[in-house]
Design a protein around this ligand. Structure first.
Ligand code: G3I
Length: 305
Protein backbone atom coordinates (compact mmCIF):
# COMPACT_ATOMS: atom_id res chain seq x y z
CA UNK A 1 0.00 0.00 0.00
CA UNK A 2 1.10 3.54 -0.60
CA UNK A 3 1.66 6.12 2.05
CA UNK A 4 0.25 9.64 2.41
CA UNK A 5 3.59 11.22 1.59
CA UNK A 6 4.35 9.05 -1.41
CA UNK A 7 0.84 9.39 -2.82
CA UNK A 8 0.97 13.19 -2.41
CA UNK A 9 4.43 13.33 -3.99
CA UNK A 10 3.09 11.45 -7.01
CA UNK A 11 0.68 14.40 -7.38
CA UNK A 12 3.46 16.96 -6.92
CA UNK A 13 2.47 17.85 -3.35
CA UNK A 14 3.80 17.24 0.13
CA UNK A 15 1.70 15.69 2.89
CA UNK A 16 2.95 16.62 6.34
CA UNK A 17 2.20 16.67 10.03
CA UNK A 18 2.72 18.97 12.99
CA UNK A 19 5.33 17.39 15.26
CA UNK A 20 6.10 17.80 18.95
CA UNK A 21 9.69 17.10 20.01
CA UNK A 22 8.44 15.57 23.25
CA UNK A 23 7.11 12.54 21.36
CA UNK A 24 10.17 11.79 19.23
CA UNK A 25 11.16 9.08 21.70
CA UNK A 26 7.88 7.17 21.27
CA UNK A 27 8.21 4.28 18.84
CA UNK A 28 4.69 4.37 17.43
CA UNK A 29 4.81 8.14 16.95
CA UNK A 30 8.14 8.07 15.13
CA UNK A 31 7.37 5.03 12.97
CA UNK A 32 4.06 6.54 11.86
CA UNK A 33 5.64 9.93 11.23
CA UNK A 34 8.55 8.48 9.25
CA UNK A 35 6.40 6.10 7.20
CA UNK A 36 3.55 8.41 6.27
CA UNK A 37 4.68 12.05 6.19
CA UNK A 38 7.02 13.98 3.91
CA UNK A 39 6.93 17.32 5.75
CA UNK A 40 6.99 18.46 9.36
CA UNK A 41 5.85 21.61 11.14
CA UNK A 42 7.07 22.07 14.73
CA UNK A 43 3.81 22.40 16.68
CA UNK A 44 5.22 24.77 19.31
CA UNK A 45 9.01 24.66 19.26
CA UNK A 46 9.59 27.59 16.88
CA UNK A 47 7.14 29.98 18.52
CA UNK A 48 8.49 33.19 20.03
CA UNK A 49 8.01 32.04 23.64
CA UNK A 50 9.96 28.86 22.86
CA UNK A 51 12.92 30.36 20.99
CA UNK A 52 13.39 33.85 22.55
CA UNK A 53 11.83 33.75 26.01
CA UNK A 54 14.18 36.54 27.10
CA UNK A 55 15.27 39.30 24.77
CA UNK A 56 18.30 38.35 22.69
CA UNK A 57 18.66 34.88 24.21
CA UNK A 58 17.73 32.17 21.71
CA UNK A 59 16.95 28.54 22.55
CA UNK A 60 16.69 26.38 19.46
CA UNK A 61 17.19 22.93 21.01
CA UNK A 62 13.73 21.37 20.71
CA UNK A 63 13.13 22.83 17.25
CA UNK A 64 16.60 21.68 16.15
CA UNK A 65 15.63 18.14 17.16
CA UNK A 66 12.60 18.22 14.90
CA UNK A 67 14.50 19.80 12.02
CA UNK A 68 17.35 17.27 12.34
CA UNK A 69 14.84 14.41 12.39
CA UNK A 70 13.18 15.72 9.25
CA UNK A 71 16.45 16.42 7.42
CA UNK A 72 17.72 12.94 8.23
CA UNK A 73 14.71 11.50 6.46
CA UNK A 74 14.41 13.85 3.53
CA UNK A 75 11.31 15.54 4.95
CA UNK A 76 10.70 19.22 4.26
CA UNK A 77 10.13 21.66 7.10
CA UNK A 78 7.55 24.43 7.55
CA UNK A 79 8.60 27.12 10.01
CA UNK A 80 5.82 28.14 12.41
CA UNK A 81 5.65 31.04 13.29
CA UNK A 82 7.67 34.24 13.44
CA UNK A 83 5.17 37.02 14.28
CA UNK A 84 2.02 36.04 16.21
CA UNK A 85 0.03 37.66 19.02
CA UNK A 86 -0.14 34.38 21.00
CA UNK A 87 2.70 32.55 22.79
CA UNK A 88 4.45 35.91 22.93
CA UNK A 89 6.78 36.46 25.92
CA UNK A 90 5.70 39.25 28.25
CA UNK A 91 8.86 41.23 27.48
CA UNK A 92 7.77 41.74 23.88
CA UNK A 93 4.36 43.14 24.68
CA UNK A 94 5.93 45.65 27.08
CA UNK A 95 8.15 47.34 24.50
CA UNK A 96 7.56 50.78 23.03
CA UNK A 97 7.06 51.10 19.29
CA UNK A 98 10.65 51.60 18.09
CA UNK A 99 11.99 48.95 20.46
CA UNK A 100 9.24 46.56 19.33
CA UNK A 101 10.09 47.17 15.68
CA UNK A 102 13.74 46.30 16.21
CA UNK A 103 12.85 43.31 18.41
CA UNK A 104 10.51 41.99 15.71
CA UNK A 105 13.08 42.41 12.96
CA UNK A 106 15.85 40.93 15.13
CA UNK A 107 13.67 37.92 16.01
CA UNK A 108 12.77 37.24 12.40
CA UNK A 109 16.37 37.61 11.26
CA UNK A 110 17.96 35.49 13.99
CA UNK A 111 15.46 32.65 13.75
CA UNK A 112 15.43 32.51 9.95
CA UNK A 113 19.22 32.68 9.71
CA UNK A 114 19.51 29.86 12.26
CA UNK A 115 17.39 27.71 9.96
CA UNK A 116 18.67 29.12 6.68
CA UNK A 117 18.42 26.53 3.94
CA UNK A 118 16.51 24.10 6.18
CA UNK A 119 13.01 25.56 6.14
CA UNK A 120 11.05 25.42 2.89
CA UNK A 121 8.28 27.81 3.97
CA UNK A 122 7.79 30.13 6.94
CA UNK A 123 4.57 31.33 8.49
CA UNK A 124 6.02 34.84 8.72
CA UNK A 125 2.87 36.36 10.22
CA UNK A 126 0.08 34.30 11.81
CA UNK A 127 -3.54 35.30 12.54
CA UNK A 128 -3.37 39.09 12.08
CA UNK A 129 -7.07 39.59 11.24
CA UNK A 130 -10.09 39.56 13.53
CA UNK A 131 -12.80 36.94 13.49
CA UNK A 132 -16.35 37.94 12.75
CA UNK A 133 -17.70 40.05 9.94
CA UNK A 134 -15.50 43.12 10.01
CA UNK A 135 -12.36 42.00 8.23
CA UNK A 136 -10.50 44.34 10.56
CA UNK A 137 -6.98 43.70 11.83
CA UNK A 138 -6.66 41.89 15.14
CA UNK A 139 -5.35 43.93 18.04
CA UNK A 140 -1.84 42.87 19.05
CA UNK A 141 1.30 44.67 20.25
CA UNK A 142 2.48 44.70 16.62
CA UNK A 143 -0.77 46.05 15.19
CA UNK A 144 -1.39 48.48 18.01
CA UNK A 145 2.13 49.94 18.20
CA UNK A 146 3.44 49.58 14.66
CA UNK A 147 0.18 49.96 12.72
CA UNK A 148 -0.94 48.22 9.52
CA UNK A 149 2.57 48.29 8.06
CA UNK A 150 3.99 45.68 10.46
CA UNK A 151 3.01 42.81 8.21
CA UNK A 152 4.76 44.30 5.16
CA UNK A 153 7.81 45.06 7.29
CA UNK A 154 7.92 41.50 8.64
CA UNK A 155 7.80 40.05 5.13
CA UNK A 156 10.51 42.40 3.83
CA UNK A 157 12.74 41.50 6.80
CA UNK A 158 12.08 37.80 6.22
CA UNK A 159 13.01 38.02 2.53
CA UNK A 160 16.33 39.59 3.47
CA UNK A 161 17.00 36.95 6.14
CA UNK A 162 16.56 33.89 3.90
CA UNK A 163 15.85 34.76 0.26
CA UNK A 164 15.34 31.09 -0.61
CA UNK A 165 12.54 30.46 1.86
CA UNK A 166 8.91 30.76 0.82
CA UNK A 167 7.19 33.44 2.89
CA UNK A 168 3.61 32.70 3.93
CA UNK A 169 0.79 34.54 5.63
CA UNK A 170 -1.17 32.04 7.76
CA UNK A 171 -4.66 32.27 9.29
CA UNK A 172 -7.80 30.36 10.28
CA UNK A 173 -11.52 30.80 9.49
CA UNK A 174 -10.32 32.01 6.11
CA UNK A 175 -11.07 28.72 4.37
CA UNK A 176 -14.21 29.98 2.65
CA UNK A 177 -15.10 33.33 1.10
CA UNK A 178 -15.98 35.62 4.00
CA UNK A 179 -15.12 39.04 5.42
CA UNK A 180 -11.95 37.71 7.02
CA UNK A 181 -10.66 35.92 3.93
CA UNK A 182 -11.65 38.95 1.83
CA UNK A 183 -9.45 41.12 4.04
CA UNK A 184 -6.54 38.70 3.66
CA UNK A 185 -7.20 38.59 -0.10
CA UNK A 186 -7.09 42.39 -0.32
CA UNK A 187 -3.78 42.44 1.57
CA UNK A 188 -2.18 39.80 -0.64
CA UNK A 189 -3.45 41.54 -3.79
CA UNK A 190 -1.97 44.80 -2.56
CA UNK A 191 1.34 43.12 -1.66
CA UNK A 192 1.64 41.54 -5.10
CA UNK A 193 0.77 44.85 -6.77
CA UNK A 194 3.48 46.69 -4.82
CA UNK A 195 6.13 44.00 -4.97
CA UNK A 196 6.00 43.23 -1.25
CA UNK A 197 7.64 39.79 -0.92
CA UNK A 198 5.03 37.10 -0.24
CA UNK A 199 5.05 33.61 -1.74
CA UNK A 200 2.20 31.73 -0.15
CA UNK A 201 -0.94 31.88 1.94
CA UNK A 202 -1.57 29.26 4.59
CA UNK A 203 -5.10 28.11 5.34
CA UNK A 204 -5.09 26.47 8.75
CA UNK A 205 -8.32 24.54 8.00
CA UNK A 206 -9.37 23.60 11.52
CA UNK A 207 -12.85 22.20 10.94
CA UNK A 208 -15.59 20.92 13.25
CA UNK A 209 -19.38 20.69 13.29
CA UNK A 210 -19.62 24.44 14.00
CA UNK A 211 -17.28 25.28 11.13
CA UNK A 212 -17.41 22.53 8.49
CA UNK A 213 -15.43 22.45 5.26
CA UNK A 214 -16.98 25.36 3.33
CA UNK A 215 -18.71 24.67 0.01
CA UNK A 216 -16.56 27.37 -1.60
CA UNK A 217 -13.28 26.02 -0.17
CA UNK A 218 -11.84 25.16 -3.58
CA UNK A 219 -12.99 28.46 -5.10
CA UNK A 220 -11.40 30.35 -2.25
CA UNK A 221 -8.09 28.52 -2.62
CA UNK A 222 -8.25 29.17 -6.37
CA UNK A 223 -8.85 32.91 -6.06
CA UNK A 224 -5.77 33.25 -3.85
CA UNK A 225 -3.69 31.15 -6.23
CA UNK A 226 -4.87 33.43 -9.07
CA UNK A 227 -3.15 36.31 -7.26
CA UNK A 228 0.15 34.56 -8.00
CA UNK A 229 0.90 32.88 -4.66
CA UNK A 230 1.05 29.27 -3.58
CA UNK A 231 -1.68 28.09 -1.24
CA UNK A 232 -0.96 25.59 1.53
CA UNK A 233 -3.31 23.77 3.87
CA UNK A 234 -1.28 24.21 7.02
CA UNK A 235 -3.09 22.86 10.13
CA UNK A 236 -5.79 20.50 8.91
CA UNK A 237 -7.86 18.68 11.47
CA UNK A 238 -11.54 17.82 11.31
CA UNK A 239 -13.46 16.93 14.45
CA UNK A 240 -15.67 13.91 14.02
CA UNK A 241 -15.33 10.23 13.24
CA UNK A 242 -16.25 7.50 10.82
CA UNK A 243 -17.51 8.05 7.33
CA UNK A 244 -18.59 11.67 7.80
CA UNK A 245 -15.09 12.64 8.89
CA UNK A 246 -13.62 10.56 6.08
CA UNK A 247 -15.78 12.31 3.48
CA UNK A 248 -14.78 15.73 4.79
CA UNK A 249 -11.08 14.87 4.68
CA UNK A 250 -11.48 13.55 1.15
CA UNK A 251 -13.14 16.80 0.09
CA UNK A 252 -10.25 18.86 1.47
CA UNK A 253 -7.69 16.77 -0.40
CA UNK A 254 -9.75 16.97 -3.57
CA UNK A 255 -9.90 20.76 -3.30
CA UNK A 256 -6.13 21.01 -2.95
CA UNK A 257 -5.50 18.69 -5.90
CA UNK A 258 -7.91 20.76 -8.00
CA UNK A 259 -5.85 23.93 -7.43
CA UNK A 260 -2.52 23.64 -9.19
CA UNK A 261 -0.75 26.05 -6.80
CA UNK A 262 -1.93 24.15 -3.74
CA UNK A 263 1.52 22.81 -2.92
CA UNK A 264 0.72 20.65 0.09
CA UNK A 265 -1.31 19.66 3.09
CA UNK A 266 -0.27 19.45 6.73
CA UNK A 267 -2.43 17.76 9.35
CA UNK A 268 -2.13 19.29 12.79
CA UNK A 269 -0.72 16.25 14.54
CA UNK A 270 0.10 12.59 14.05
CA UNK A 271 -2.34 10.93 16.47
CA UNK A 272 -5.65 11.78 18.09
CA UNK A 273 -4.21 11.23 21.55
CA UNK A 274 -1.91 14.25 21.27
CA UNK A 275 -4.25 16.61 19.40
CA UNK A 276 -4.54 20.17 20.75
CA UNK A 277 -8.27 19.65 20.57
CA UNK A 278 -9.56 18.23 23.82
CA UNK A 279 -12.18 16.15 22.03
CA UNK A 280 -13.35 15.18 18.63
CA UNK A 281 -10.71 12.69 17.46
CA UNK A 282 -9.77 15.03 14.59
CA UNK A 283 -6.74 13.34 13.01
CA UNK A 284 -5.89 10.42 10.70
CA UNK A 285 -4.48 7.97 13.28
CA UNK A 286 -6.12 6.98 16.54
CA UNK A 287 -4.42 6.77 19.92
CA UNK A 288 -2.91 3.39 18.99
CA UNK A 289 -1.60 4.70 15.66
CA UNK A 290 -4.24 2.68 13.83
CA UNK A 291 -5.38 4.12 10.49
CA UNK A 292 -8.89 5.56 10.68
CA UNK A 293 -11.45 5.74 7.85
CA UNK A 294 -10.29 9.33 7.38
CA UNK A 295 -6.80 8.00 6.59
CA UNK A 296 -8.22 5.69 3.93
CA UNK A 297 -10.22 8.54 2.42
CA UNK A 298 -7.18 10.80 2.24
CA UNK A 299 -5.03 8.11 0.64
CA UNK A 300 -7.77 7.35 -1.88
CA UNK A 301 -8.28 11.04 -2.68
CA UNK A 302 -4.52 11.34 -3.25
CA UNK A 303 -4.77 8.47 -5.72
CA UNK A 304 -2.84 6.14 -3.45
CA UNK A 305 -3.76 2.48 -3.00
O1 G3I B 1 5.63 23.74 27.27
C1 G3I B 1 4.74 24.03 28.37
C2 G3I B 1 5.07 23.15 29.56
O2 G3I B 1 6.36 23.49 30.03
C3 G3I B 1 4.04 23.36 30.65
O3 G3I B 1 4.29 22.48 31.72
C4 G3I B 1 2.64 23.11 30.08
C5 G3I B 1 1.55 23.34 31.12
O4 G3I B 1 1.46 24.73 31.37
O5 G3I B 1 2.40 24.03 29.01
C6 G3I B 1 3.31 23.77 27.94
O6 G3I B 1 3.04 24.69 26.90
C7 G3I B 1 1.87 24.36 26.17
C8 G3I B 1 2.27 24.17 24.71
O7 G3I B 1 1.11 23.99 23.88
C9 G3I B 1 3.20 22.97 24.54
O8 G3I B 1 2.50 21.80 24.88
C10 G3I B 1 0.93 25.56 26.29
O9 G3I B 1 0.44 25.60 27.61
C11 G3I B 1 -0.24 25.38 25.32
O10 G3I B 1 -1.01 26.57 25.30
C12 G3I B 1 0.30 25.15 23.91
O11 G3I B 1 -0.82 24.94 23.06
C13 G3I B 1 -0.53 25.05 21.67
C14 G3I B 1 -1.33 26.23 21.10
O12 G3I B 1 -1.11 26.32 19.68
C15 G3I B 1 -0.94 27.55 21.70
O13 G3I B 1 0.36 27.88 21.25
C16 G3I B 1 -0.96 23.77 20.98
O14 G3I B 1 -0.12 22.70 21.40
C17 G3I B 1 -0.88 23.93 19.47
O15 G3I B 1 -1.46 22.80 18.81
C18 G3I B 1 -1.64 25.16 19.02
O16 G3I B 1 -1.45 25.33 17.66
C19 G3I B 1 -2.06 26.51 17.10
C20 G3I B 1 -1.15 27.04 16.02
O17 G3I B 1 0.13 27.31 16.58
C21 G3I B 1 -1.75 28.27 15.37
N1 G3I B 1 -3.09 27.98 14.84
C22 G3I B 1 -4.01 27.46 15.87
C23 G3I B 1 -3.43 26.18 16.47
C24 G3I B 1 -4.41 25.58 17.48
O18 G3I B 1 -4.59 26.46 18.54
Amino acid sequence: AGTLGSAAAAKGRYFGAAVSAQYLGEAGYVSTLDREFGSVTPENEMKWDAVEATRGTFAFGPADRIVAHAQGRGMSVRGHTLVWHSQLPDWVAGLGASDLRSAMNHHITQVMQHYKGKVLAWDVVNEAFQDGGSGARRSSPFQDKLGNGFIEEAFRTARAADPAAKLCYNDYNTDGVNAKSNAVYAMVKDFKARGVPIDCVGFQSHFNSASPVPADYRANLQRFADLGVDVQITELDIEGSGSAQATAYGNVVGACLAVSRCTGITVWGVTDKYSWRSAGTPLLFDGSYTKKPAYDAVLAALGGT
